[in-house]
Design a protein around this ligand. Structure first.
Ligand SMILES: Cc1cc2nc3c(=O)[nH]c(=O)nc-3n(C[C@H](O)[C@H](O)[C@H](O)COP(=O)(O)OP(=O)(O)OC[C@H]3O[C@@H](n4cnc5c(N)ncnc54)[C@H](O)[C@@H]3O)c2cc1C
Length: 381
């Protein structure tokens, strides 16, 4: 088994690092976070340099990369500005992946070339006020009327919903639990679509919104995959899950790596010349545990990604990865804040910025508890 990155993937990592160092010095990252505004300018720069093409088939103007390429990109961006990985996900995950995996020919031709150039933004609207982890209980309805569908309902915590051009909207179209969900590609300019941003703890600038659908009328050809895919929303979503969990895991790895790279020089400096080696050896051992767990998380993540690219059954491994990477980075953030003491609480300290972002990674894409439920079943409990 060879899980090393290919030359192209190493080049992508280098190109992403170079972009981050050139375009996002820390003061720019801090400014975006403080403004709490969607980073349109940086998104345009990412698109101009071809990053939005990484996972699109070559026939639609893309680079034809796999989930490993996606992870490399998201990991590197997350080391500097986690929210930019989230907003890039509005194209790479919620646009490219959804359309290339589930779209019909007309939808691929209409959307992929524009997504590659960053000319469109998508958002993915699944969660509702009373249906988060239990996503199959969504109640937003789509009812057929005069050859169209009329959508009514509320969605919660939808990233990018007020800036997106297309809201990939999951609705209930029949009573059957898993067989009654249909996904529509809703034009956000449609009358009756309203998105209201929510202020939140971390990932500031990702435009997370409550969305109201008030008699939003859509044509039947906006069903994801076309009219034959009525009531196919649930299996369509299942095809995307492994990839989304791995990309979120890569975001957690990036955050963990960045925190460690801030913490190690701090620990070295603070211990120098102080004669309390026992105490500081304790601290060193905590840092060593962090580094070891992060390395284990990285190995698990890229191993699971390799399984995806080999088309192996890896639901258990991707859930283990999502759970372990998110929880490891959360632990690293908390321990780093403890070790840094008052320095960590200073708003000029980079670690507090990542500390506020990291909890969301164990919520989105299925919480850690939900990953544990999946793993429990798959290990035979
Ligand atoms: C910043 C941010 C961005 C988001 N972006 C999007 C987006 O773009 N699109 C979208 O559709 N959604 C989005 N979400 C929503 C996210 O997917 C949900 O928050 C997540 O699925 C959990 O749902 P919930 O918050 O309603 O929690 P709940 O489902 O209400 O769960 C509450 C608590 O109970 C636990 N729990 C629930 N069920 C079980 C169970 N069976 N066993 C054990 N424990 C359980 C959970 O783990 C959690 O700790 C976003 C959320 C955040 C915070």
């Amino acid at each position: 088994m060879d899980h090393r990155l290919t030359q192209q993937q190493e080049a992508l990592r280098e190109k992403t690092r170079e972009f981050v160092n050139r375009e996002i010095p820390d003061e720019v990252a801090v400014g975006i976070e403080e403004a709490d505004q969607f980073p349109h300018e940086l998104m345009a720069k990412l698109s101009a340099e071809g990053f939005m093409a990484i996972n699109v088939p070559e026939e639609f103007g893309g680079m034809g990369g796999t989930v490993v390429d996606e992870m490399v990109f998201f990991e590197e961006i997350s080391k500097r500005l986690p929210v930019l990985s989230w907003t890039a996900g509005d194209i790479i995950l919620y646009g490219n992946n959804i359309i290339k995996t589930n779209g019909n020919k007309a939808q691929k031709e209409a959307y992929l070339p524009k997504l590659v150039k960053g000319e469109m933004l998508f958002c993915f609207a699944l969660t509702e006020p009373d249906a988060g982890s239990d996503a199959v209980s969504i109640r937003t309805s789509a009812v057929e009327e005069n050859g169209q569908y009329v959508i009514n309902g509320n969605k919660m915590f939808i990233s990018g919903a007020s800036v997106a051009d297309i809201a990939v909207t999951n609705t209930r179209t029949a009573d059957s639990k898993y067989g009654g969900i249909t996904t529509f590609l809703v034009d956000t300019k449609s009358p009756g679509y309203n998105a209201m941003p929510i202020k939140k703890l971390g990932y500031k600038g990702s435009d997370t919104c409550e969305v109201v659908y008030d008699n939003v009328r859509v044509d039947t050809d906006t069903i994801l995959g076309g009219r034959d895919c009525l009531n196919q929303g649930w299996p369509q979503m299942m095809r995307l899950l492994n990839g989304e969990r791995l990309v979120l895991s890569a975001c957690a790895l990036g955050i963990g790596e960045r925190i460690l790279s801030e913490l190690i020089p701090f620990v070295k400096e603070r211990t120098a010349g102080v004669g309390r080696a026992g105490k500081y050896q304790d601290i060193e051992h905590v840092v060593v545990e962090m580094a070891t767990q992060l390395e284990a998380a990285r190995r698990l993540a890229y191993y699971a990604a390799w399984m995806v690219t080999e088309k192996m059954d890896c639901v258990c491994e991707t859930s283990m990865t999502k759970y372990f990477c998110a929880e490891t980075s959360k632990k690293i953030a908390l321990e780093a804040m403890k070790i840094m003491g008052d320095h960590g609480c200073d708003m000029n300290c980079n670690v507090q910025r990542f500390f506020r972002d990291v909890p969301i990674l164990s919520v989105g894409g299925g919480t850690s508890q939900i990953q544990k439920n999946i793993i429990a079943k798959l290990v035979g409990l």
